[in-house]
Ligand binder design. Structure first.
Ligand SMILES: [Zn+2]
Length: 161
């Protein structure tokens, strides 16, 4: 297996910077981490999402901590990253899902399908808006249930309200 010691170390550093009162700084740190290892993540990441993270302007997203406690979340993730057999793919999974949770806008609407998560407002690569559930993959567009689109990104601030 590839030696991921340095990757692990820098990932833990980026994760420990993530605090609920400083989400923008925390997100910048995760972005820097991803860009540092972009070539390593190419094998396991969706290209469009890797590209998104690489060019992420944290000021364009309404960083939302309402549905999460990021301090606790990062502690849990640090434990996972510190496990001995962690690989590049697991690290990417952790970091990309955190970035998603940070940027994606959580609505007040409960998922009508699983009723256990709030819908997130997202957009596809053509900037069409969807509401989706991360838990059961329910998706809707203009209030009508649709198939979950393949490539989704967080919505920009200006799309809302
Ligand atoms: Zn659901």
């Amino acid at each position: 297996m590839r030696d991921v010691t340095i990757m692990k170390q820098l990932c833990v550093e980026a994760l420990s910077e993530l605090k609920d009162e400083q989400l923008a700084e925390g997100l910048e740190g995760l972005k820097r981490f991803v860009n540092l290892f972009k070539n390593d993540f190419k094998s396991c990441a969706d290209a469009y999402f890797l590209e998104f993270v690489g060019q992420l302007d944290v000021n364009l997203y309404k960083l939302d901590s309402s549905g999460n406690n990021f301090r606790e979340l990062s502690k849990t993730y640090i434990k996972r990253v510190n496990q001995t057999n962690v690989d590049t793919e697991t690290i990417w999974e952790i970091v990309s899902s955190l970035i998603w949770e940070l940027c994606a806008f959580c609505t007040d609407e409960i998922c009508p399908q699983c009723k256990s998560d709030n819908l997130k407002e997202v957009q596809n690569l053509d900037s069409e808006i969807y509401e989706v559930c991360d838990t059961c993959f329910y998706a809707e567009s203009n209030g009508i249930a649709v198939l979950m689109p393949m490539e989704l990104l967080p919505v920009l601030k200006r799309h809302r309200f």
